[in-house]
Ligand binder design. Structure first.
Ligand SMILES: *Cc1c(COP(=O)(O)O)cnc(C)c1O
Length: 370
């Protein structure tokens, strides 16, 4: 069947910025039986039994009703957890939605004002969604290279790399993705404190790290901390993320979101998650221990494994190019991630799976080296 009629291309109806857009490429979600999926940093362990029960119980006749428009119960519970007020919180359909809202609320499209007001700044490599959000909004994406081994540049180095202390919006992924490198509060704080625009600390992986910067969302009116239930809390499918920040900034985001941006089952699942945090803390410890053990084994096999504070490892494989490893592992039904950017093309990113999955992965690696 033909998708459209006529001769003139309907592409002309699409905004040029969207026509030119290189959309974000999510990790593959294939349907191959028996595949071991180590490519999208999902948690290998299921949500707590309480969360599954609460979600099932919420799936009844109430599905015909709109959900709570502001996620009030969830914001109250998160406020208790982080010792803040509900006004400091906005919940999103995944933290991805909130990152997009931040570009709309805090950044002018190019051409409207001073260049810094239209600048979305982030380190490279980091989360590859940020430049896509800038392109959609018609803002400038300013990627500033990280240092050696993905280290944060010092203040002096930043100047040389064209860092803009007045950028309207700065995204900092901490711990970094895709490297897994954790940053110390002592090195992050001068960077955050010195910015004149909004800083978003994207702490998607912080539950696997040694330090977090949640308290800065209270200390600095221009700093927002972003968290998600996806990776650490085994809830990718339900799409729940949240921002913590000054009520004036949070208010601006509430104004720009959809009225019912977070679905009801997701809200129920997130609430139940917060009732069983002990279950998740045990998972974090387990995954961190697996991560360290797998990094050790890979190093013995000749891989360079960068220290990680996330639920994945960035590793430089021996013998074949990284892209070839991706294919060879795939042929053995193991899916990892490879990024073609110059800074990462020699590496594979491997999500920490269950102990059984990692044993199979290591066995596959050994057999490919034989
Ligand atoms: C996965 C991820 C997110 C988005 O998570 P959601 O599922 O949308 O909550 C945000 N930032 C980073 C760095 C991520 O890796």
């Amino acid at each position: 069947m033909k998708a459209g009629g006529g001769t003139a291309s309907p592409a002309r109806y699409v905004r040029p910025a969207v026509r030119r857009l290189h959309a974000y490429v999510p990790g593959e979600q294939p349907k191959i039986e028996g595949l071991i999926k180590l490519n999208t940093n999902e948690n290998p362990y299921p949500p707590s039994p309480r969360v599954l029960r609460a979600t099932r119980q919420a799936a009844d006749a109430r599905l015909r009703l709109y959900p709570n428009p502001t996620c009030q119960p969830l914001r109250e519970k998160l406020a208790d957890l982080h010792d803040r007020a509900p006004e400091n919180f906005i919940i999103g359909n995944g933290s991805d939605e909130l990152l997009a809202l931040a570009t709309r609320a805090f950044v002018e499209p190019v051409g409207a004002a001073r260049p810094s007001r239209s600048r979305i700044q982030f380190f490279s490599p980091s989360y590859s969604l940020y430049p896509v959000l800038a392109a959609i909004h018609g803002a400038e994406a300013a990627a500033v290279p990280l240092g050696k081994h993905f280290a944060l540049p010092t203040r002096a180095e930043l100047k040389g790399k064209g860092w803009d202390f007045s950028a309207a919006l700065t995204f900092i992924t901490t711990p970094n993705a895709p490297s897994g490198r954790g940053y110390r509060r002592a090195e992050l704080e001068p960077l955050c404190a010195g910015q004149k625009g909004v800083v978003i600390l994207d702490e998607a992986y912080v539950d696997f790290a040694e330090e977090n910067s949640m308290d800065w969302a209270a200390r600095y009116p221009h700093v927002i901390v972003s968290r998600t239930f996806s990776k650490a809390y085994s809830l990718c499918a339900q799409r729940i993320g949240y921002f913590v920040g000054h009520p004036e900034l949070i208010d601006a985001l509430h104004k720009t979101r959809d009225s019912y941006n977070v679905n009801g089952l997701g809200q129920a699942a997130a609430l139940a998650t917060l009732d069983d945090l002990e279950y998740y803390k045990r998972n974090f410890e387990w995954i961190k221990a697996t991560r360290e053990r797998v990094a050790g084994c890979l190093r013995e096999l000749g891989f360079e494994a960068l220290p990680s504070q996330a639920n994945f490892l960035l590793v430089k494989p021996p013998r074949f190019p990284a892209e070839e490893w991706l294919q060879r592992l795939r042929a053995k039904k193991i899916l990892v991630r490879w990024f073609s950017h110059p800074e990462t093309r020699d590496f594979l990113r491997v999500t920490i799976g269950s102990d059984t999955e990692m044993k199979t992965f290591l066995r596959a690696v050994e057999s490919l080296l034989r």
